[in-house]
Design a protein around this ligand. Sequence first.
Ligand SMILES: NC(=O)N[C@@H](O)C(=O)O
Ligand code: NI
Length: 169
Amino acid sequence: MNKVITAQPLTRASFAPFGEVIDFDTDSHYPINNSRCERYHALVKPEAAGPNGHVLVNLFRGTPYDFPLTLSMVERHPFGSQAFIPLSPRPFVVVVCPNGPDGPDEPAAFLTAPGQGVNYPRGLWHGVLTPVGAPQDFVVVDRGGDGSNVEEFYFSHPYEVRLPEDFAP
Ligand SMILES: NC(=O)N[C@@H](O)C(=O)O
Ligand code: NI
C-alpha cells in the first residue's frame, strides 16, 4: 500500500516554504497606462543561472492525469526556476518536496484554485506538470542555456496522490 498524499488547497501561506503563488491576491499592484491597466508587479523573479543561462517563455499543452496518481518520480532544475501559469481557469495539481539529507523528503500536494499559477525556485523538487480532468495550456517561464538543467529522483516507494474528498471535477 503506497503512502497516501492528499492535495490541499494552494494558498500563499501553505506554499510559502516551497515557492511563489501567482495570482491577483497580492498588494503588489498599481495602475499603469492612465489607469486603464492594473500591473501586478514582480510576483516572481525568474532565476536563470549556469552557462549561458537565460530566461525562456514557453507554452505547454498538458494532458490530464488520472487520480489517484502514483507518484514515483520528482525532478528539479539546478540552474533555474520554473513558473506555470494556466491559460484556462481550471485547477491543476502541484507536488513539491522539501530537500532531505539524501534527496527529496516526503512530498506535499496542492490543488490550485482556478487560474492560480506557481513558481518553483531553482532547485526545488517537484512533480511534472499535472493537469486534472481536461487538457490545459500554460505559459511556462523557465531557464534556457548550456548544461543539464534537470535532475530526476525515483522514490524507492511510490506515493499515491489523491484529490481532496470534496473536489468536483
Ligand atoms: N520537462 C519540462 O520542461 N517540464 C518539467 O520540468 C515540469 O516540471 O513539468
Ligand atoms: Ni520541472
